[in-house]
Design a protein around this ligand. Structure first.
Ligand SMILES: Nc1ncnc2c1ncn2[C@@H]1O[C@H](COP(=O)(O)OP(=O)(O)OP(=O)(O)O)[C@@H](O)[C@H]1O
Length: 530
């Protein structure tokens, strides 16, 4: 025994006299039962080294061979254990060091990638952005039907908002997302919903998307169906009829898309239980948080009582006031901003045209149509009365015009949108009812016949053109009455790279509450004929 183990003591002379008793006890024990002790110390150490724990090792102790005199009672086995422990600790420490290095390298790579795509984030532990749609599969096990649908739709690469918001939501984090009009926000929230729900179920509503208008809700429902093609999810658009009479406890529904009014109506009537909702999206969230809608939103948020719900806010304009309000209900939310917050899409060429008076507008419009009408064209006016007036003026001109406003029935509004989408209508006269979110492919020009009533309204209106990287044009007509508000729009134009005359930039900025001046009737008929 002595001989066999002597190599363990190389360089050390054992003081048998001094340790006579210990030696005898040790010898006795080994010879009597021949039990090899379990490496309990190693076990203990390794079991207490959890992933990510920083373990410190006294390197001096390790390097210097302690004289045996100093390790009174230390057995051969504990010495060997001590070496093994040191080795394990060292390996763990090495792995942790490597892990930390790699983690920091990854953070640097993410920061560079975000910079390249103009992605700004804030919040803790933000997941890496997507480099490609293929990462949806490699990182999040995305099913093939979804990737196939993306290919069919011609989505080759994620847009910046999709690159960052999708991983955030897939990691179960709540999110404020602000990205320019036409930059693919819809898929950024639909994709995580489809991936989270995995398959259809009849266990109640699991995802709710709220939109400020019926038109946008209908469009989002259509988009949801397109993206989930090949997978049978129950996707329901809340219509007037459903809100009034459907009993959702009997109606299978995985994803419900609606205006807040209709959802809260159904909840109030106890026809809709939202307690199992896992995902809640507030699309065009700043609009939803406006006075008049905020109470309905509050009712829906309260009804979605599942403690593990993931909520997100999406818009092209997200004022600080809305963020502050939303923060009171959100948990550890990540903020994702693409480009500059509250700015217009850079692919839209923006122009301001002075027309003097109301009369001048109609002349300018007809002249511009005569010179170069490049349909489809969207014409925005201040209210439904003016929409009707302008339509009456243009309907006999040879330009295939139509109109959409809140006084029309649901079917009439649907037809107006469909005809414009299909190209049957060249010029669509509209109120702000379709200013947000509507995705009309290839709108060449947006004309603000009436000056918008806020900078946000301006950004959303003109954002109906220049979508998905295409170019577009926006013309804003202004009269003397609009001059005090000109600077606010000018700022949006200049922030997105457009040119604004110096005299406009020199105007003072007027605090912009709703700017809706009393305007003269739109008519070219002499007054006695009316
Ligand atoms: N990754 C992508 N590649 C190509 N096209 C895309 C991609 N993602 C979305 N699109 C298309 O871009 C267009 C605009 O997308 P979307 O309507 O989601 O914009 P948005 O950011 O929600 O705009 P808004 O602020 O006006 O609501 C749509 O026609 C959509 O099909």
């Amino acid at each position: 025994m002595e001989k066999d183990t002597s190599f363990l003591f190389s360089g050390i002379t054992f003081n048998r006299k001094k340790f006579a008793n210990d030696f005898a006890r040790f010898k006795e024990k080994k010879e009597s039962d021949d039990v090899v002790e379990k490496p309990s110390l190693i076990e203990n150490v390794s079991s207490t080294i959890e992933e990510g724990t920083v373990v410190r090792v006294d390197k001096k102790r390790k390097r210097k061979a302690a004289p045996l005199d100093a390790v009174e009672g230390f057995s051969v086995f504990t010495r060997s254990k001590s070496k093994a422990v040191d080795k394990v600790v060292e390996q763990n420490e090495d792995a942790i060091r490597q892990g930390k290095k790699e983690y920091h390298r990854q953070l640097e790579r993410d920061a560079l990638f975000r910079k390249k795509h103009n992605i700004h984030v804030s919040g803790s532990n933000i997941p890496s952005p997507l480099h490609s749609f293929a990462e949806l599969r490699s990182r999040y096990n995305c099913k093939s039907y979804l990737l196939r649908n993306l290919t069919e739709l011609g989505f080759k690469e994620p847009t910046p908002i999709q690159r960052q918001a999708i991983p955030v939501l897939l990691s179960g984090r709540e999110c404020f997302a602000c990205a320019p009009t036409g930059s693919g926000k819809t898929f950024a929230f639909i994709c995580p919903i489809l991936m989270k729900l995995k398959h259809a179920s009849k266990d109640g509503v699991r995802a709710v998307i709220l939109s400020p208008t019926r038109e946008l809700a209908a469009q989002t429902a259509r988009e949801c169906k397109r993206l989930s093609k090949g997978k049978k999810f129950y996707i329901k658009l809340m219509t007037k009829q459903l809100a009034k009479s459907a009993d959702f406890s009997k109606l299978p529904c995985d994803i419900l898309i609606s205006t807040p009014f209709r959802v809260q109506l159904a909840v109030r009537k106890r026809k809709l239980d939202l307690s199992k909702v896992e995902v809640l999206v507030l699309d065009e969230s700043d609009k939803l948080f406006e006075l008049g809608l905020v109470k309905q939103i509050d009712a829906v948020v309260k009804a979605c009582s599942n403690p593990s719900i993931v909520r997100s806010l999406f818009s092209a304009t997200l004022p600080d006031t809305v963020e502050d309000l939303a923060r009171t209900i959100m948990h550890d939310a990540v903020r994702v901003i693409i480009g500059r917050k509250n700015s217009a899409s850079e692919s839209i060429k923006q122009k301001l045209i002075f027309v003097g008076s109301e009369e001048g507008k109609l002349l300018a419009l007809r002249q511009s149509f005569a010179e170069s009408l490049n349909p489809p064209v969207l014409l925005f006016v201040q209210n439904k009365e003016r929409a009707k007036e302008l339509y009456n003026e243009l309907k006999y001109d040879d330009i295939r015009a139509d109109v959409i406003h809140a006084d029309l029935s649901e079917i009439q509004r649907e037809n107006a949108v469909d005809n414009f989408r299909s190209g049957k209508t060249w010029v669509l006269i509209a109120t702000d009812v379709i200013a947000r979110g509507m995705d009309f492919k290839g709108v060449n020009c947006v004309i603000n016949y009436d000056f918008p009533d806020s900078a946000a309204a301006y950004i959303h209106r003109i954002g109906r053109s220049g979508r998905a990287g295409r170019s577009g044009e926006a013309i804003t007509l202004y009269t003397e009455a609009d001059v005090p508000f000109l600077r606010n729009v000018a700022n949006v134009i200049s922030a997105s790279g457009g040119e604004v005359p110096a005299w406009i930039m020199a105007l003072s900025k007027k605090k912009w509450r709703k700017h809706r001046p009393q305007r003269e009737t739109i008519s070219t008929k002499p007054e006695d004929e009316e």
